[in-house]
Ligand binder design. Sequence first.
Ligand SMILES: Cc1cc2nc3c(=O)[nH]c(=O)nc-3n(C[C@H](O)[C@H](O)[C@H](O)COP(=O)(O)OP(=O)(O)OC[C@H]3O[C@@H](n4cnc5c(N)ncnc54)[C@H](O)[C@@H]3O)c2cc1C
Length: 861
Amino acid sequence: MKSHAKAVVIGGGVVGCSVLYHLAKAGWTDILLIERSELTSGSSWHAAGGFHTLNGDPNVAKLQAYTVQLYKEIEEISGQSCSLHLTGGVMMADTPERMDFLRLAHAKGRYLGMDTELITPSEAKAMFPLMDETNFVGAMWDPVEGHLDPSGTTHAYAKAARKLGAEIVLRNRVVELTQEVDGTWNVVTEQGTVKAEHVVNCGGLWAREIGRMVGVELPVLAMEHMYLLTEPMPEVEEFNKSTGREMIGVLDFKGEIYTRQERNGILLGTYEKACKPWSPVNTPWDFGHELLQPDIDRIAPSLEIGFKHFPGIEKAGIKQIINGPFTFALDGNPLVGPVQGLTNFWCACAVMAGFSQGGGVGLALSNWMVHGDPGFDVWGMDVARFGEWATLRYTNAKVRENYSRRFSIRFPNEELPAARPAQTTPLYDTMLANNAVMGDSWGLETPLWFAPKGSEPKDVVSFHRSNDFGPIGEEVRATREKVGVTEIANFAKYEVSGPGAEDFLNRLMTNRMPKTGRIVLTPMLNEFGRLIGDFTIAKAGEERFMIWGSSAAQKYHMRWFEKHLPKDGPRASEVRIHRFDQTLVGLSIAGPKSRDLLQKLVDVDISTKAFRFMDFREMAVGGAPCMVNRITYTGDLGYEIWMAPAYQRLVYKAIKEAGEEFGLIDFGMRALLSMRLEKNFPTWFRELRPIYGPFEGSMDRFIKLEKNDFIGREAAAREQAAGPKLRRVSFIVDAADADVMGDEPIWAKVGGKDYGTVEKPHGYGAPRFDAGGKEVRGSNAAEGASAVRGIVDGDWRVVGWITSGGYAHYVEKSMAQGYVPAALAENESAGLFEIEILGHRRPARINVEPPFDPSGERMRT
Ligand SMILES: Cc1cc2nc3c(=O)[nH]c(=O)nc-3n(C[C@H](O)[C@H](O)[C@H](O)COP(=O)(O)OP(=O)(O)OC[C@H]3O[C@@H](n4cnc5c(N)ncnc54)[C@H](O)[C@@H]3O)c2cc1C
């Protein structure tokens, strides 16, 4: 074994081997994979080997499609077969709600380049005759599904990596990881120590233990998983003979089961409700190529549904039941990327569908390590997406919840209950007493809306408008007409201070930093000129800035901030960053009476001239020391008031008492989001994401190209000079009883006209490599874009996609935001656009000016 390596990959499962292959392909050949036992000694060897492209997150779906298409490439390079069976598959819906879900998934597929098709149960039966089609109302066909040989595939990656120069060491456990002051890792193994610049945790079932070697508790848990194999079945053989085809894969929502042909019989796997974690605290190091004891009672309820839906299978004898463990993160997607707070320690673990996702994970991670950027929008699997609240027990509860509803529909207004409440603010009990329906916002309980007194505070989950519609409307109207108060503790809050603070922020942000006591809004870009953040920044003192941003992106942003801190020399101590998390909480008041209300609680003049729009001031509110911003996301006259948690109850009580004479109402997050819609305000991770440039995102007025040389400036200047290809726009939709949810296709009546690319970008100009390992460098947003096929209907064409939307209660309109080709973005003509909601195309019209207070008069008064 060599003593030095550029990178050490720990773990020789399918994921470790894919990472190794992609690193070697990207030109890093001084790399070493260290495996405790033989390759595939974790969960990889006994996987069912199924693969598919569908994923709730379109960007993860895209990386899954890449994985499937990669198998030919590694077979060619390695000479090792993956035994690929591309059979195609169907998802079966047994209720109208599940059919709505399939319609949504199919609609998304329209701009993701997927050839999915909605089909009848009888059509599905023709491809899988073992089913009783009367149990179903419809289905969706996906041609890019199938199965492969898990061991052959892992070895194909490994052999291909070796051919490109990578080294693999077997039967050697990594026992310790330490880091030198200069950042070099000591990878201590049973066979000696390797010094490495980078370490990658691909430990699969032991990823948690490897995390602990560097002081990190990764939110990952192994679950027992069972599938059964039947004896050979004459019906299967007969089908193969008469059609010349293999039977397809079938996914049954109701039973939470999947099934497909395996040799001459059937393989049927379950995601049972009574699921069981495996080794919930520590994974034994001596666990090898062994299976767990099957427990048929546990999967009996799923089998009962399975046999009812697929009576052909019930008749067959069961040859074997496989029970093996594999890992999950809280939401079922992988944990990939650099771990915040550490240098050059990378993760590629919690990959629960290694044979659908392994390739995409390897590509994104190798891009990130070699080029400093994943090159794709990988937020859906970024290791930074969970906070400190995702402890061992929290993870256990959430993973069990996720497993037991693996194929269940999640409705857009559905909040999942496991591991809640976790974090609460001092107002939690008060909000419950006010009949709040609470939601989870990055682990924090947050009021979503307030149910009328006497009614149960509970969402009726639905794809359509639901029981929150009326109450939210009242919250919005009362706020817009009088005044409302809401909790905003869930925002991210940071302080950047020190003599180098202003220079540091000027280098990171696209807008100029404000003068003391003033606020600016500013995006943040990466080197490729893509949006990676959107912040509100106040200059609180000569060397002190307060920053507010997206709650879910706190670790993601801290990682970026830390990466760009001055590292050495005299400037190293000049910038300090502090993330407050829940040590700073907030309340926002908004509406025409909000100034009169606040004036009653403070001892300073807050008249229009004395405390202007976009001013920041520290002042006592109701006797408590607070920071106050004269700005709110409602787009109305209003204030954000920030305080230590110990003061939050005092301030809230004072606001409530003072507000009585003005008709003050409590409002929740959903009312806030409704109000931002009628102001055309974007949201982070919906409208604004790393796949978009700042001009595409219509953030033009916050991009000051003429100021200093900020990160991403050159690329942004190029985007502006060439003209953005896409633009974020706002729509008014002629909806019925359902509003857009996000990811719906936008149709336009374009006739024969060409409005440029209509493809959804997934990458953004980071280097990529073709099958021969040659670098392919793109420079525009369409890099890595999905191919759009089969989405023309006469004069109509899919030209874009929705990012978010809902009902704007004050202006009484259904609204949406999304991206269309720039040439169409200013076109407000009626009859030009339609947006597909739950499979039905609804007329829509671009509205360039926000329908509420277009001149911004209300905010400024
Ligand atoms: C019953 C079952 C059915 C499944 N069906 C499917 C399916 O149909 N499709 C699909 O895509 N996925 C399926 N999976 C999941 C799939 O197996 C996993 O997604 C995949 O194996 C994860 O691979 P990995 O490389 O991350 O982890 P692992 O396969 O667990 O590999 C981790 C490796 O790291 C090594 N290692 C750990 N710690 C150290 C150390 N300290 N030093 C050196 N080496 C170390 C281990 O020995 C192991 O070889 C199934 C899993 C099970 C159990």
